[in-house]
Design a binder for this molecule. Structure first.
Ligand SMILES: NC(=O)c1ccc[n+]([C@@H]2O[C@H](COP(=O)([O-])OP(=O)(O)OC[C@H]3O[C@@H](n4cnc5c(N)ncnc54)[C@H](OP(=O)(O)O)[C@@H]3O)[C@@H](O)[C@H]2O)c1
Length: 275
């Protein structure tokens, strides 16, 4: 199926590894020109080189912290200068990681009792402000084209808080992103712009593997025990691949997906408690 993405211009935040990198690759394969962004220039450049080999001249990298609206605007300006008006924006910024020196330890670990107010503010910056800033920066280009696709890579906890894990921050803030996106979709419904939020669950990324190691250490158990526990809670009884997330995003960005908007779409490996 031709998704009609040839010639479209995309910005993918958190695009240097994991799910974001797979999404950028999928959009490149569908013919889009893609700007990937993340904070660490070295890994970003490596990713841009690898993706650029798939499509010479259609991939660029811009280092930026996407929690800062000024930097987000600069990324979008650069994308427009290089490739033209932006039509696709994928926000994929991970939550604030609290344990200093344990980058990659996963969603902000802490309980209601242990978490100070400042950590809530940071989590809002990472999950909500970053998604807002990217949407805000690309809407003028999309309105001019009367076409646009905005996606956020969220989490299943937006619908079902993981009360068995010490993750009060994402449990609190992910639902806020879903609510903002629903409002944004309604605002943009006459502009040909769709806005959707993916509810992610247990995807095999390096960051997730590091998180399992951290959890095992925290619980005094083994990584095998930790992963067995997670697998048992997934109806399909397996973790997902980043490419499975990317395939859903590519479809949501397609010409064919124009009637899907304002949705929080679970890609979590099976059923949930809700219909
Ligand atoms: N993997 C899962 O099972 C799972 C489950 C539920 C939800 N999710 C969500 O899915 C998203 C992607 O997860 P992942 O496992 O692919 O994560 P990952 O491998 O850690 O990738 C995160 C990407 O985001 C970039 N990034 C982080 N903070 C940023 C910032 N402030 N500005 C710009 N870029 C930033 C990282 O690069 P730099 O560090 O260099 O900036 C990296 O490119 C996250 O929001 C995560 O919470 C994942």
């Amino acid at each position: 199926m031709d998704y009609g993405l040839a010639g479209r211009v995309a910005v993918v935040s958190g695009g240097s590894r994991g799910i974001g990198r797979a999404i950028a690759a999928a959009l490149v394969r569908e013919g889009a020109s893609v700007v990937v962004t993340a904070r660490t220039p070295a890994s970003l450049d490596e990713t841009a080189a690898a993706l650029g080999a798939l499509a010479p001249g259609r991939v660029e990298a811009v280092p930026a912290d996407m929690t800062d609206p000024e930097q987000v605007r600069r990324v979008v300006d650069v994308a427009r200068e290089w490739f033209g008006p932006v039509g696709i924006a994928v926000s994929n910024v991970i939550g604030h990681v609290i344990d200093a020196g344990k980058e990659g330890s996963g969603p902000g670990a802490g309980t209601f009792a242990s978490m100070p107010a400042g950590e809530y503010r940071r989590e809002f910056d990472h999950l909500l402000v970053a998604a807002w800033a990217l949407a805000d920066a690309v809407i003028p280009d999309m309105r001019d084209q009367r076409w646009g696709r905005i996606c956020n890579i969220g989490s299943g906890v937006a619908r079902e808080p993981a009360t068995h894990l010490p993750h009060v921050l994402p449990n609190a803030v992910r639902p806020a992103v879903a609510g903002m996106y629903r409002m944004l979709a309604a605002r943009l419904r006459d502009d040909g712009i769709t806005v959707n939020n993916l509810l992610t669950g247990s995807i095999l990324t390096e960051r997730n593997r590091a998180y399992w190691r951290w959890l095992a250490e925290d619980r005094g158990s083994t990584v095998e025990e930790v992963t067995a526990g997670f697998t048992a809670g997934i109806p399909l009884r397996r973790f997902g691949e980043p490419e499975e997330m990317a395939a859903v995003v590519a479809f949501l960005c397609s010409r064919q997906a124009g009637r899907i908007t304002g949705q929080s779409i679970p890609v979590v490996g099976g059923g949930s408690a809700h219909l």
